[in-house]
Design a protein around this ligand. Structure first.
Ligand SMILES: Nc1nc2c(ncn2[C@@H]2O[C@H](COP(=O)(O)OP(=O)(O)OP(=O)(O)O)[C@@H](O)[C@H]2O)c(=O)[nH]1
Ligand SMILES: [Mg+2]
Length: 322
């Protein structure tokens, strides 16, 4: 694919090209990496890039109902004629390197909607709730000018800090009765979220829901994070969804991306892109991996010094500059 043709197709809102471009951006091939870089370079020059889409992170522990919430919540936006993208990060199996990629099947109704684009991505080896390519995916969706972009994170519980770096708004889902866990949630995380949703607040859990909401409101007060609203919702019974939408719309009514946050996003992106590349080069360097076996033996013989190990590793890495 040519850069100019791709950009034109994205601007013309060609969904097929968007999906194909995302596959290239996620690819580990060095020619695809260069393509991705050149594409991002052009995309970042778009003056409107950060001013249209609302990017919202949906975070929370595994099984709290993040996908179900999106399946129930997003139709409200689609009914208004808005275009929505959902980037869902799937946990990857460290053993097989594979990914379950099951979220698309859990959002069947949305997946069939012509104005809703769902893209599952494997989290890969990276921790922090998003994949190493989530930033590029968001930039592509911004360029495509989706009205809303949702990022469903891997529910690792403590991933909110990193997710917060890439979204405009972060909602965290918790279950009724999970209030006791608040001590386990670090203050730093609560400072990064904009909304707490007590989810699976079905009618038969009314008392439990009220107690949990109260518990969180009190704890947020103690932590001095009063600005975070606590709402209850049930995706199963489709309750509380309008209130969540109102809260979102209120927030975005006066929202403007600052040049500083734009700069920070790009700076972080560069850091992650380089980290990823260094790590990949380290892992894929066969000679280096072989050398490590010899080094391990030297260490067992009491002969290996850290500077020698480090310098020989650097020497080996220099051989591959692709
Ligand atoms: N009672 C009740 N169950 C729900 C509700 N929403 C979702 N569930 C159930 O919760 C389970 C997990 O839902 P998911 O939407 O897959 O949860 P998730 O957070 O996306 O899960 P992961 O992506 O695997 O972390 C499913 O069995 C849903 O049917 C709800 O509002 N009430
Ligand atoms: Mg899910």
């Amino acid at each position: 694919m040519k850069i100019e043709t791709t950009l034109k197709a994205l601007k013309a809102q060609d969904w097929r090209v968007l999906a194909k471009t995302m596959t290239m951006v996620e690819s580990q091939r060095s020619d695809h990496r260069l393509f991705s870089w050149d594409l991002m370079k052009k995309i970042l020059c778009d003056a409107q890039l950060f001013h249209h889409s609302k990017v919202i992170g949906i975070s929370g522990p595994p099984g709290v109902g993040k996908s179900s919430f999106l399946e129930a919540f997003v139709p409200q936006l689609l009914e208004k004629g808005l275009k929505v993208a959902i980037l869902s990060i799937d946990p990857s199996s460290q053993m097989s390197g594979g990914s379950i990629l099951g979220d698309k099947t859990r959002m069947t109704q949305l997946a069939a909607h012509p104005h809703c684009f769902i893209r599952p991505s494997p989290a890969g080896a990276k921790l922090g709730g998003i994949s190493s390519k989530t930033r590029e995916m968001i930039l592509l969706c911004r360029y495509f000018a989706f009205d809303y972009i949702f990022v469903e994170t891997v529910g690792v519980g403590q991933s909110e800090v990193e997710v917060a770096q890439v979204v405009d708004y972060l909602a965290m889902l918790i279950s009724p009765g999970a209030g006791d866990d608040l001590q386990g949630i670090k203050k730093g995380i609560l400072e990064n979220i904009h909304l707490l949703i007590v989810h699976k607040a079905d009618a038969d859990k009314k008392v439990q829901t009220q107690t949990t909401c109260h518990h969180y409101q009190e704890s947020l007060k103690v932590l001095n994070v009063n600005s975070v609203p606590v709402l209850a919702a049930s995706s199963l019974e489709k309750t509380g969804l309008v209130e969540v939408l109102n809260t979102l719309e209120q927030y975005f009514a006066n929202y403007e991306w600052s040049a500083a946050s734009q700069f920070e996003f790009v700076q972080n992106w560069l850091k992650i892109a380089l980290e990823e590349q260094f790590l990949q080069q380290f892992r894929q360097n066969q000679a280096l991996q072989k050398q490590l076996a010899t080094q391990a033996q030297s260490l067992l013989n009491g002969k290996l010094d850290w500077p020698d190990l480090y310098n020989s590793c650097l020497q080996e890495m220099k051989l591959s500059t692709k």
